[in-house]
Ligand binder design. Structure first.
Ligand SMILES: [Zn+2]
Length: 145
């Protein structure tokens, strides 16, 4: 939790720091095992398939489809209450649909998380990543492609 009251990642976490450095540059990165190539998202120190500790970070296109979504209802954390109802989407990445990101579908990079009516969201609709700066974090969010 930060000054704004939003739940934000720890940018100094050594496992995920490269991911957040990527979003700050406008890049969506995926951690992959350097031994077997298995994606490790969310990032973690060890490959669940081969137990290797070796990893690489690779950029992806930032294009995907809505795999699922939810509409949070109160009680919510105070910072989120004024935005309800808003959406939370799970996006499957085009390069590898097993890689999924959780975020919000928004009308533009700087639009609030309630800028898209959640009743109009359809599973399978194409989306593209955008990056929204919240405090010192650049969060991946999604717009309709
Ligand atoms: Zn592996």
């Amino acid at each position: 939790m930060t000054d704004s009251g939003f739940l934000l990642p720890d940018l100094d976490d050594e496992i995920s720091a490269p991911f957040w450095a990527g979003t700050a540059r406008g890049q969506l990165l995926v951690q992959r095992c350097a031994s077997c190539g298995h994606p490790r998202m969310p990032p973690r120190p060890m490959c669940p398939r081969c137990r290797s500790l070796d990893l690489v970070w690779q950029p992806v296109s930032g294009r995907g489809t809505v795999w699922s979504f939810a509409v949070p209802h109160p009680p919510l954390l105070p910072a989120y209450q004024e935005f309800a109802p808003y959406n939370v989407v799970v996006v499957a990445i085009d390069e590898d649909p097993s890689i999924r990101f959780v975020g919000n579908l928004v009308s533009g990079p700087d639009a609030p998380i309630n800028s898209v009516d959640p009743t109009g969201i359809e599973i399978g609709e194409p989306v593209s990543v955008v990056f929204a700066q919240v405090d010192d974090v650049h969060l991946p969010r999604w717009t309709r492609a």
